[in-house]
Design a protein around this ligand. Structure first.
Ligand code: FAD
Length: 320
């Protein structure tokens, strides 16, 4: 039987399209995602080239991560990619987990340092940066894995400079990475600048762009600012202001003593924001598709309806 194409091989032929899911914490969540007729089964109907599954820094959900990936593999409907981090992992533990992935037929990995747990100043493991992890995987296992690495168009939040960050991305390429998966970026001018800058620095890897659908004001603000320090362009900020839920979109309205919003006004604002956010996301995808990239990677957030609407309306599946 012919060997399935790797993701970079697919990207060599055409723009790839993929989803990201996360391992649910509960059995009920697992059933909703992986059970018969569940979210994964529905996502397969959109024919994604791959589905990646996140990895809890510190290995908190390793079992569930592997279970989700095994489900994707067993379906034969899409390539499973695991995210993997250095946080809290010794070299022996990393080797063991890599072997487990390979034994389960999972041979694509996103090699990350991982977000440091609150109050920590290091990974607490044997490896300290993604560069070291890529090197380790290649040393231990040769070409058994196709390796993706993270790229940050606005610069990683703790990098000394964008130039230094790009230098480390080049090192990831030199250690044997196969493609880049980007951090979310709504600032298209910055994205185009970064693409030119990494190409000028000798980075030739295909670029797969991570896109978080704009569906809820609170999660949009959270994703941009809780860890990543992302720019929110004026148009996106205007959307958030227009449908702002007072006093703030993070408050539990039912617990507020002096409410200014009715249940109806909250529901209406959420629905209007979602509609406008989907339009915003589709325009963003349009801009990315002509920005010299090789794939669109949508954070599915373990849901189907929202991403299906975006995928269909944007022409990622049905041509427009
Ligand atoms: P690195 O590339 O190691 O960079 C970290 C910082 O160190 C940067 O500031 C960089 O400039 C600097 N640096 C890099 N190499 C060196 C070096 N050799 N010497 C000195 N400085 C260096 N986190 C999770 O915990 N689980 C996930 O599943 C997950 N999925 C992700 C998926 C994507 C597509 C992206 C973009 C991120 C994801 N993250 C995830 C978050 C990621 O772990 C964090 O952004 C983390 O803080 C950095 O990871 P990295 O691989 O980019 O780190």
């Amino acid at each position: 039987m012919a060997k399935a194409k790797t993701v970079p091989q697919i990207m060599d032929e055409r723009m790839a399209f993929s989803f990201e899911v996360f391992p649910p914490k509960t059995d009920k969540g697992m059933e909703t995602l992986c059970g018969a007729g569940g979210v994964l089964d529905k996502l397969y109907t959109l024919n994604p080239d791959y589905i990646s599954c996140t990895y809890g820094a510190g290995g908190s959900n390793v079992g569930k991560n592997l279970e989700v990936l095994k489900n994707i593999k067993a379906s034969g409907k899409s390539v499973p990619i695991t995210h993997f981090t250095c946080v809290g992992n010794s070299k022996e533990q990393i080797r063991q987990q890599l072997d487990d992935y390979l034994a389960a037929g999972i041979d694509h990995i996103l090699a990350l340092r991982g977000d440091l747990p609150l109050g920590h100043t290091g990974t607490g493991g044997d490896l300290h940066y993604a560069t070291e992890l890529v090197k380790f995987i290649r040393q231990e296992l040769g070409d058994k894995f196709t390796i993706a690495v993270a790229g940050s168009p606005e610069g990683h939040i703790s990098c000394r400079s964008l130039d230094a960050d790009i230098g480390f991305l080049k090192q990831k390429q030199d250690e044997g990475a196969d493609f880049i998966m980007t951090q979310l970026c709504w600032d298209m001018d910055q994205f185009r600048y970064w693409v030119d800058a990494i190409r000028a620095a000798g980075i030739t890897l295909p670029i797969d762009v991570g896109i978080m659908p704009v569906l809820q004001a609170s999660s949009t603000i959270n994703m941009a600012l809780s860890r990543n320090g992302c720019v929110m362009p004026r148009a996106l900020s205007e959307l958030i202001s227009k449908y702002w839920i007072f006093p703030d979109p993070f408050s539990d309205q039912t617990a507020l003593k002096f409410r200014t919003e009715t249940d109806e006004s909250i529901a209406q604002k959420k629905a209007d924001f979602r509609k406008a956010g989907i339009e915003y996301t589709i325009k963003l995808i349009d801009e990315y598709r002509v920005a010299g990239i090789h794939g669109i990677h949508l954070y599915a957030l373990n849901k189907f309806d929202d991403v299906a609407e975006i995928v269909k309306l944007s022409g990622l599946v049905d041509l427009i």
